[in-house]
Design a protein around this ligand. Structure first.
Ligand SMILES: *Cc1c(COP(=O)(O)O)cnc(C)c1O
Length: 370
């Protein structure tokens, strides 16, 4: 029987999909006696290189570390400015602050919720060292414009792809436009571990080699160090699980896209603004976000109908306590970001979500009245 409550995420359902294979790989790793940075991690890194068509892939502990290590690799240091969006997980901002740099917040595009290249340009200063575009919800930023700005100003681009593994502009995958791309395997992400995990990719061999060192104290192959690093190793059990799931990633993303098409076609309530997909791109719908002006009332109504939505995110990342003072921004300059955070609601979307439930969600939403 299908349980009646429909939740925003159901990571356990994904475990059930792959249960037999997952149990097998966990036991195989346990019996191997090699638990960290072994053959499963190498295999996953190879798969990432093939999947994204990039030169290096470096398995790390989580998506936040992937950003921190990337910033360290391009020598971002105290006082440097990094331009990014506040319409993101706090992790993006936290990583910049962690290396002592200053997040400079630029506004997003109204239609796609992604960092607006024109707003980036306004924020460039002598201290700007990098841009971190976030491919939010699974949709790519306008990378051709962002790369142009970076080249013109000789600054780095680190793509935060935590929500966008498999998304594309034309035939090129997210993570391969800038100098470095970072990924998270948090359990609810499009490729989710059963625990934490992350990946860094680059087409720059030198940066790649440096990142292999930085994730493990700065060690090279001979365990001698060239520079200080941290411990951000990926473990074999997580890598083994990810090696199983990644084979099915395109199917899983296609299922998300199929659900998104149903929502886009069938939700007809005028009180709901639906998301837009950029032309000539593949949006992998980590999140299906709609805008509703009467949000509290809408969410209460959904919950009454046993649908539990999410909010990504209830406030711009730079307005969180503990982060606010460390970011450069003016509320006047991020009006679109603030508007979205006040109105956004995330509908359930994941590969295992049954058609029946998707239909019920649409039916309930279409009956909402203000
Ligand atoms: C999830 C996420 C991260 C952080 O990843 P963790 O694995 O949780 O550290 C960073 N950026 C974005 C946009 C994310 O969605």
């Amino acid at each position: 029987m299908i349980s009646m409550v429909i939740n925003i995420f159901e990571p356990k359902k994904q475990f059930e999909t792959y249960k037999t294979q997952i149990n097998k790989i966990i036991h195989s790793v346990l019996n191997s006696g090699n638990y960290i940075l072994g053959k499963e991690v190498k295999k996953l890194e190879k798969k990432f290189q093939n999947y994204l068509k990039c030169k290096k892939a470096i398995g790390v502990k989580n998506g936040t570390d992937a950003l921190i290590l990337s910033l360290k690799a391009i020598k971002i240091k105290k006082g440097d400015e990094v331009i990014t969006t506040a319409h993101t997980a706090v992790a993006t901002i936290a990583a910049i602050i962690d290396v002592g740099a200053v997040p400079v917040i630029a506004d997003v595009e109204q239609n796609f919720y992604t960092l607006n290249p024109k707003e980036i340009e306004k924020k460039i200063s002598k201290k700007t060292k990098a841009i971190i575009p976030v491919h939010i919800y699974g949709q790519c930023c306008n990378m051709s414009e962002i790369i142009k700005i970076a080249k013109k100003n000789k600054i780095f681009v680190i793509e935060d792809c935590s929500q966008s593994l498999g998304s594309k502009i034309g035939n090129k995958k997210a993570g391969t436009f800038g100098d470095i791309g970072t990924f998270s395997f948090y359990p609810t992400k499009n490729l989710g571990a059963i625990g934490d995990g992350g990946m860094i990719v680059t087409n720059n061999n030198n940066l790649g080699k440096k990142l292999y060192r930085l994730r493990e104290y700065g060690w090279d192959k001979n365990r001698s160090t060239l520079e200080p690093g941290i411990n951000s190793r990926l473990d074999e059990i997580q890598a083994g699980i990810l090696n199983i799931k990644i084979n099915d990633l395109d199917n899983a993303n296609n299922r998300r896209i199929k659900i998104s098409k149903y929502y886009l076609e069938k939700i007809s309530n005028k009180l709901v603004k639906l998301p837009q997909v950029r032309k000539n791109t593949r949006h992998v719908f980590h999140i299906f976000s709609i805008l509703v002006s009467k949000r509290n009332k809408f969410i209460k109504y959904l919950k009454k109908n046993k649908i539990n939505p999410g909010i990504h995110y209830p406030r711009p990342a730079c307005l969180n306590r503990g982060y606010k003072e460390k970011c450069i921004f003016s509320k006047n300059d991020i009006k679109k970001t603030i508007f979205i955070s006040n109105n956004t609601v995330s509908l359930p979307i994941y590969p295992e979500l049954e058609k029946k439930k998707v239909m019920k969600i649409v039916e309930v939403i279409n009956k909402f009245r203000s």
